[in-house]
Write a protein that binds this ligand. Structure first.
Ligand code: ADP
Ligand code: MG
Length: 708
């Protein structure tokens, strides 16, 4: 019984769209190209963005300047093609008992001309405007009134997204509704079988799945529509959380992991003798979570979220020592050469008195070093490898890689990460550390298959950074302020936007800026370092090092400095043309100061002409130092589609839900999904059988054989 039904479902909903009444090959082509509608199911899930009340007919005399979309009923009295070339247009007149409305077409004239019938009654819909005191609609949607259509329209009519090309094929936002209508003549309750367990339906008083789909397209009133949306939105979020939860569960249960079962000599020696500070509570907690994962016998796949400066590097180092204690190699992958180098420097310094071998591997390593390093990787002489993308090249073969740490995650794609996993027969444990926090809702959806840890505590003794917004004409005062700080022995960063390292204009601005800074801070009283993406790695590094060592007081740089660089003595960060930066990037840049015990400052310089949105971003920066808050604001302002690294992830492709507005629902759905998985991971109870069927169906044909 079940099998027949399921196959049946699949055949209808997965039917190619050209099989639907009213479609045909040409329209099908357009629907595919313009809206990505390939099957019945795709059309079913193309939801209307609004409905018009078909019972509302506006009298022509009542159309005013303030009228937006209107529906008018009347007789077509005449039409003509007037004008030439670009001014060529078709003008028609529609009359009701109160006045005359002008209808105008600039496109598709020949086609429209053939379809219009003078003397017939029409139902006309469109956005009203006025031209020379005469009400008119440009490119209206027209429907001829027959005895049949006149009576049958007492519901809310759905309007769908459409395009010019579809409109030219008589598939306007309104006409697509006819296809959906046809679709419902062949769909019945069984094809849209219930997929939510009864307790959930009861708890939320949800309408059935079939009803919901029907009512979201063709509601009789607003209540019906909202009932449909709330059910389908829940379903969308809940099913995605259930799927992610099951992925996590399966991974936990089936993935074989290397076992780090002891904390040994290396860790303990370091902890007792060389740890330069007390760990924060958050660092300790995260280490515990990592140890628990790595000792469990399953592979760790953990996302570590911590604000800029919360001390993720130390967590990475201590984890790598645990790996070494258990006889495994580890690698730490950073997104830029500067950062890899810096990690290497600070880690070798911390480990200098310990019997542990650390090496650096980047794109610019010399052939000789490279050969050496690769050999040490392979024969196991080296314990810790630090590097850039270069570490995932095929030439890098480890003897026994046990732990791979990816710093500043959002710059690496999932694919690159998975390359790391493949470096050992049993996958190494993976720890992914984000550069800036991402909002929880995003973490739940985009990275929902990872486990995750939060470091929500800063090392002690940090002063919050004071951030101010200044207009460019105040630059002299800002420079004087920097002088004062330098007098106190501090250092300063001045950052220029060079988003595209190759952009010529940005580069010229940077050079101009550098000259300007030099004029304010002449040698030999002051020394300036400059770093940008066009420099050779060695030159970059040399300039960086002079600043790190305090030989230069000012670092003029592009955003290459953005991630990770650590100079605790720096107390001022000036961001030039700050209006050009996004929130996370500004926050990340600001995190370069406030790392020592001195009070630190961030100055956001802009011209006076900036957009309202830029102003809003600057305001947020001045108001808070909290990366998690900034991430939330960023998501609110930009929407999920724009958040770096999530575009292609697919999981954020919600049709109805929105991770900004539906936060609470998302949390709730996650809890429910987790409870279900906890109690019935196989979804084999009668109650969850619907879910199981549904998920298996969604996996596609290959899974059908498993349904029994
Ligand atoms: P991020 O999380 O941004 O990568 P880092 O690991 O670079 O931060 O740490 C920022 C600074 O804080 C570094 O100078 C580091 O040495 C210091 N630090 C880290 N943990 C502690 C701690 N528990 N107590 C004091 N300072 C710490
Ligand atoms: Mg870091």
């Amino acid at each position: 019984m079940y099998i027949a039904n399921i196959n049946n479902t699949a055949t209808i909903l997965l039917n190619p769209i050209e099989y639907l009444k009213g479609v045909g090959p040409q329209r099908a082509d357009l629907l595919k190209k313009e809206l990505g509608i390939f099957t019945f199911k795709d059309l079913l899930e193309l939801f209307p963005y609004r409905h018009i009340d078909k019972t509302q007919i506006t009298k022509i005399a009542n159309i005013t300047e303030g009228t937006e979309y209107v529906q008018v009923k009347g007789k077509l009295t005449q039409f003509d093609i007037v004008g030439e070339k670009r001014g060529r247009r078709l003008v028609a007149y529609l009359q009701d008992d109160t006045g005359e409305l002008e209808l105008v077409w600039f496109q598709g004239i020949n086609w429209i001309e053939k379809t219009l019938s003078v003397g017939s009654q029409y139902l006309v819909f469109g956005r009203a405007g006025f031209f020379m005191n005469q009400p008119q609609i440009t490119h209206p949607e027209m429907e001829i009134m027959t005895a049949e259509t006149a009576g049958a329209k007492s519901f809310l009519e759905p309007i769908y997204p459409s395009t010019e090309k579809l409109k030219a094929r008589s598939l306007s936002g309104r006409q697509i509704g006819k296809l959906t209508f046809n679709l419902f003549t062949v769909l019945n309750e069984r094809e849209l079988e219930e997929n939510l367990p009864q307790p959930i339906l009861d708890k939320y008083k949800f309408i059935s799945r079939y009803k919901a789909f029907k009512q979201i397209h063709f509601p009789v009133n607003a209540d019906e529509y909202y009932a449909a949306v709330s059910r389908l939105k829940f379903e969308e979020i809940f099913i995605s959380q259930l799927r992610l939860g099951m992925l996590r569960f399966e991974r936990h249960r089936f993935s074989r992991g290397l076992v780090f079962n002891k904390v040994g000599e290396l860790f303990n020696t370091f902890y007792k003798n060389y740890l330069p500070f007390q760990l924060t509570g958050a660092q300790k907690r995260v280490l515990k979570e990592i140890r628990k994962d790595a000792g469990s016998g399953r592979q760790m796949n953990r996302l570590l979220q911590g604000d800029v400066g919360s001390g993720k590097t130390m967590v990475a180092l201590l984890s790598m020592l645990i790996a070494a204690d258990n006889g495994f190699q580890s690698c730490l992958m950073a997104p830029t050469e500067i950062l890899a180098q810096q990690h290497y420097n600070s880690i070798t310094k911390l480990l200098k008195d310990m019997a542990i071998t650390v090496r650096l591997h980047t794109g610019s390593s010399s052939a000789k070093t490279r050969r050496e390093v690769l050999q040490m990787c392979e024969n196991g002489e080296m314990h810790i490898l630090i590097g850039t993308h270069a570490v995932i090249e095929n030439t890098v073969q480890f003897k026994n890689l046990g732990l791979a740490i990816v710093d500043e995650q959002h710059r690496f794609g999932v694919e690159q990460r998975s390359k790391l996993w493949k470096k050992n027969e049993v996958h190494p444990h993976i720890l992914v550390m984000t550069a800036t926090p991402i909002p929880r809702t995003l973490a739940l959806t985009a990275y929902g298959d990872l486990d995750y840890s939060i470091m929500d505590e800063m090392p002690p003794g940090r002063h919050p950074i004071t951030t101010v917004h200044r207009y460019e004409y105040k630059r002299p005062q800002v420079m004087d302020f920097i002088k004062d700080e330098i007098k106190k022995g501090r250092q300063a960063y001045i950052i220029y936007p060079l988003i595209e390292e190759s952009a010529k204009m940005d580069f010229e601005n940077l050079m101009k800026g550098y000259e300007e800074v030099k004029a304010f801070f002449p040698e030999p009283a002051y020394w300036i370092s400059m770093v940008h993406g066009r420099m050779k790695a060695a030159q970059k590094e040399a300039n960086m090092q002079r600043f790190v060592k305090g030989e230069t007081q000012i670092m003029v740089s592009t955003t290459v400095i953005e991630v990770g660089v650590d100079v605790p003595n720096a107390s001022v960060m000036v961001i030039e043309s700050a209006e050009k930066f996004g929130l996370p990037q500004m926050h990340q840049l600001r995190g370069r100061v406030g790392r020592g015990s001195e009070k630190s400052f961030c100055v956001l310089l802009t011209s006076t002409k900036i957009s309202a949105e830029a102003r809003q971003r600057l305001k947020i920066m001045c108001e808070t130092n909290d990366g998690f808050k900034i991430a939330e604001k960023d998501l609110e302002m930009r929407g999920p589609g724009d958040i770096e690294g999530t575009k292609q992830s697919g999981v954020l492709d919600f049709k109805l839900a929105n991770i900004v507005n539906d936060k609470a629902l998302l949390e709730e759905a996650k809890d429910i999904a987790e409870k279900i998985i906890e109690n019935d991971p196989g979804l084999s109870s009668p109650e969850n059988y619907r879910l199981k069927n549904f998920l298996q169906l969604q996996k596609g044909k290959t899974m059908w054989s498993k349904i029994s």
